[in-house]
Ligand binder design. Structure first.
Ligand code: ADP
Length: 164
């Protein structure tokens, strides 16, 4: 699997699936979650309600339609809320592991990821990057490209530095 990084907005990625940094309720939110629901339109929320009546557990992933996005699917993951004391790192790596498993179930070959938990959920950015790259580097998957989408230039530089 190729690991790539771009600076930009995850809703504008031309990939098979985009990953959403959702919350357990799976009914929309702020940050990436809000942007994906706005750009994808009401079909995304309708599918979340239909397919996930009880939401999703922290560390898990599940897919819905991507509605009006260029992508075909949204793979929702629930990162740990570091700010609220959820500091178990395996919950963060699990998001990436599970997202790739769901991508394989769907047959998605190109997948764009945000830096899960690194926004409102307050995970330290450098470690959030390290967690994503660790999983990508050891992944056994049919996904061809894992694309990390950096929201801002500083984040892009930080990811580039760790990618080497
Ligand atoms: P969480 O609640 O899991 O922390 P956030 O959406 O608040 O999720 O933030 C996760 C990361 O995504 C942060 O690094 C944030 O800057 C970034 N981000 C916010 N909006 C977008 C977007 N539209 N596209 C890509 N990344 C985004």
């Amino acid at each position: 699997m190729r690991i790539t990084v771009v600076e930009g907005d995850i809703t504008e990625q031309d990939v098979d699936a985009v990953v959403n940094a959702a919350n357990r309720a799976m009914r929309g939110g702020s940050g990436v979650d809000g942007a994906i629901h706005r750009a994808g339109g009401p079909a995304v929320l309708e599918d979340c309600i239909r397919r996930f009546p009880h939401g999703l557990a922290t560390g898990d992933a599940g897919w819905t339609t991507a509605g009006d996005l260029a992508a075909r699917w949204v793979i929702h993951v629930v990162g740990p809320n570091h700010t609220r004391g959820e500091t178990d790192r395996s919950l963060l790596t699990s998001c990436y592991v599970r997202a790739l498993e769901v991508a394989d179930e769907l047959g998605a070959r190109t997948v764009a990821f945000p830096l899960v938990s690194a926004g409102v959920y307050g995970w330290p950015k450098d470690d959030a990057i390290a967690a994503a790259l660790e999983v990508f580097r050891s992944a056994d998957t049919r996904v061809d490209e894992a694309r990390l989408v950096a929201f801002g230039h500083d984040t892009y530089d930080a990811i580039k530095a760790q990618l080497g």
